[in-house]
Design a protein around this ligand. Structure first.
Ligand code: UDP
Ligand code: MG
Length: 301
């Protein structure tokens, strides 16, 4: 099999027929053998019924259904673990990622054997709110300042890559996953192509501002210990300043003490983020639980 397309789906029932038909028609026309691995991430709408019907008519469509909503990262991991293609792609189900861009990335990869990954990055964020755009830009700046794993601003999970890259990704045992960072961490030759996502056809983005901030913080924690070292540095600086202040003035003002408590709590917060990560990984709970599979080997997890 040439190409495995992994599609995380969370309450995407209205777009699934159009999405699967679009991809299947395009790949058939291009004579590319393929499988579509649709991962139902615990949807509460008709996503699973829709997928069941689509898989009945098209044997290239395979389905994994989770026992509840585990998040897009887990859905992508499950898809990767079940993919059998020589090349792998990850696409969103909401018609924002088009078959045309998929084909152009696939062609680029197959025509340039020195590349292992063709990744897309969002050229335009004009449909995002100013607040979201500013937060995104701050995240990339902070991440690239703190982390050894650099991210291209706007880089997305919409990529086509060789199965060797997939094997490297699924060999990483970490429980809390940040795929964009993992792609960067595993290395391989990557070429970036700009793309402008189509407008979401139905529904709205599953990412609330809070979810995005949590996800971004998690990404930084995944690949950098610099915030922890920063805590130590802040400790040394504030201790020295207070010590000097105490020697000169003979006491510390209330304002200084309140400021110190604030700094202390912030530092504890940073440590707590890492502690939470260690705790979650120590539990070794699986990233997802599969309730049902259609068209896939039961042996794969
Ligand atoms: N998704 C998922 N689980 C979730 C949230 C989202 O599988 O908990 C899927 C969603 O169905 C879509 C893709 O991830 O196919 C991207 O989600 P969305 O369109 O909400 O993100 P955005 O395009 O705003 O980045
Ligand atoms: Mg989307």
């Amino acid at each position: 099999m040439e190409l495995s397309v992994i599609v995380p789906c969370y309450n995407e029932a209205p777009t699934l027929d159009e999405f699967c038909k679009g991809i299947s028609d395009t790949l058939k026309k291009e004579k590319i053998t393929y499988e579509l691995i649709m991962v139902d991430d615990g949807s509460s709408d008709d996503t699973m019924q829709k997928l069941e019907n689509i898989a009945k008519d098209n044997k290239n469509v395979k389905v994994i259904s989770f026992s509840r909503n585990f998040g897009k990262e887990s859905a992508m991991l499950a898809g990767l673990k079940h993919a059998n293609g020589k090349y792998i792609s990850i696409m969103d189900a909401d018609l924002q990622h088009t078959p045309e861009v998929l084909i152009s990335m696939y062609n680029k990869l197959t025509q340039n054997p020195e590349y292992d990954v063709v990744a897309s990055y969002r050229e335009s964020r004009s449909e995002d709110s100013t607040l979201k755009r500013s937060l995104t830009s701050i995240f990339y700046r902070i991440n690239n300042m703190l982390s050894n794993v650099k991210l291209l601003p706007g880089a997305s999970d919409f990529r086509v890559f060789k199965s060797s890259v997939k094997d490297a990704i699924i060999s990483l045992p970490e429980q809390t996953r940040f795929l964009k960072g993992i792609f960067s961490w595993v290395g391989f030759n990557t070429i970036y192509v700009p793309y402008t996502p189509a407008k979401r056809a139905y529904g709205s983005s599953k990412w609330s501002m809070l979810k995005l901030i949590k996800y971004s913080l998690g990404g930084i924690i995944s690949f950098s210990t610099k915030p922890l070292k920063g805590v130590f540095l802040i400790g040394i600086v504030s201790f020295t300043l207070c010590f000097v202040n105490f020697i000169l003035m003979g006491n510390l003002s209330y304002r200084t003490i309140i400021l110190l408590i604030g700094i202390l709590l912030l530092c504890v917060g940073v440590v707590a983020l890492y502690l939470t990560r260690i705790y979650n990984n120590a539990l070794k709970r699986p990233c997802y639980i599969i309730k049902r599979k259609i068209g896939l080997d039961e042996i794969n997890s």
